[in-house]
Design a protein around this ligand. Structure first.
Ligand SMILES: *Cc1c(COP(=O)(O)O)cnc(C)c1O
Length: 401
């Protein structure tokens, strides 16, 4: 018997669940792109998107996904042959580095593995050794969605400041924006990148690059800043079409407006962050219980190293894939696959999976996903500790009002 009919739940780390309200806001005929509601909505979105990132500085928007955001940041930060240091804690850090390399940027990739954040002391050493000042910018992920490692952005900033190195500091916030606390200006971030389809609860199609006055003064005019990617006109448009380098992403704009109302003006950003923190804690509590005396375990050991948006976990053997398939086919919950966890013993990372708790997710959704996983563990005979659901519920009870 299958129990999958009903509302499916896509619990993968992007795209996240799109709220019905966002979908309804997008369901309309194409608007006039030269004047009226569409332009007014874009103009109104810019201050809200800056507030979301914790900045009063500059914002450029692009039609594209997170990879487009990477390319936009790279194109404006660097000229060909200039040097980037990329601090990687998983597949997405490597991905950003690879994009930069392919664009002709010299990349020093510093790999911290798939279960630990970037070490600020290591960054400090690297910058101290750069006596010729060749490093133009330091790039890292806030949350690496593959490993679910969260970097300590203020600590990395402090390492740059300790050396007094002029390198700019750029952070990939695709997975974390609107989920994990992020404060661009207070944390001294020069460039932040995000996209619409994760914490921002809107379908894939919009990428954003926030940048500081310092970055504006030093970047954006090099030989990689080709007309489409150049951030200047998008951030300071003389004409409305310059916001998007051409026709606006009409329907996405109305969807994002609704999503930003929900995040900033209804729930409130502090509450949004607290909700993600609570749901992440419930997921961790469940895994701690399942892991008693067996192979199951969270990928990231220390809670302060973990994302609040997504959790990567080891199930063991090929059981990550088996459990994912069971949850989707039998119970209507789609979990994320193990990404970047491949090893010679597990070439397809079948022993891993990821649970997303990003965006439009509440207690019943996360508890439901965990309960389905528990049913799957039992149905498939995968060894696991008992008490996971009660631990998850107890965690939510302890933090809820
Ligand atoms: C999802 C994600 C990306 C890539 O975004 P796409 O929309 O898939 O191109 C980049 N970085 C991080 C941290 C992500 O989570």
């Amino acid at each position: 018997m299958r129990l999958a009919n009903g509302q499916p739940y896509l619990a993968i780390p992007g795209p996240s669940v799109t709220p019905d309200r966002v979908q309804r806001a997008m369901h309309r005929t194409s608007p006039n792109i030269y004047e009226g509601a569409l332009i007014d909505t874009v103009v109104g979105l810019w201050p809200d998107l800056k507030r979301l990132a914790g900045t009063s500085q500059h914002l450029a928007g692009y039609i594209g996904n997170g990879h487009a955001g990477w390319e936009a940041a790279n194109a404006n930060l660097f000229s060909r042959g200039e040097k980037a240091v990329v601090l990687s804690s998983g597949r997405f850090g490597e991905g950003w580095a690879g994009h930069a390399r392919d664009m002709g940027i010299e990349v020093e990739l510093v790999d911290f593995g798939t279960a630990a954040p970037a070490d600020p002391d290591r960054l400090e050493q690297i910058l101290r050794a750069d006596t010729e000042g060749r490093i133009k910018a330091v790039l890292t992920t806030h949350v690496d969605t593959a490993s679910s490692v969260r970097n300590d952005i203020p600590a990395l900033r402090a390492a740059i400041d300790a050396v007094g190195h002029p390198a700019l500091f750029a952070v990939d916030c695709v997975a974390s924006m609107g989920c994990d606390r992020f404060e661009m200006d207070a944390w001294g971030v020069d460039v932040a990148v995000s996209a619409s389809q994760k914490g921002l609860m809107t379908p894939p199609g919009l990428a954003f690059v926030w940048f500081s006055d310092r970055a504006r003064a030093r970047c954006g005019r090099g030989d990689l800043a080709t007309p489409y990617w150049r951030w200047g006109p998008r951030a300071e448009p003389a004409e409305a079409h310059e916001y998007w380098g051409g026709t606006a992403p009409t329907h996405h704009i109305f969807g994002l407006r609704e999503a930003m109302d929900m995040i900033l003006h209804e729930e409130g950003l502090e509450n949004v962050w607290a909700r993600h923190e609570a749901l992440a804690g419930a997921v961790w509590a469940a895994f701690d219980a399942w892991g008693e005396g067996c192979a199951i375990g969270l990928n990231v050991g220390r809670p302060d190293w973990r994302s609040r948006a997504v959790t990567a976990a080891r199930i063991g053997g090929a059981d990550g894939t088996r459990l994912r398939q069971w949850c989707e086919r039998e119970a209507g919950v789609t979990l994320g696959l193990g990404l970047g966890m491949n090893s010679p013993e597990d070439p397809r990372a079948d022993g891993f999976l990821r649970v997303a708790h990003m965006g439009h997710v509440n207690a019943h959704m996360t508890l439901g996903a965990l309960a389905v996983m528990e049913a799957g563990l039992k149905a498939l005979g995968i060894p696991h500790g008992e008490g996971a659901l009660s631990a998850a519920a107890a965690h939510l009870a302890s933090v809820a009002g």
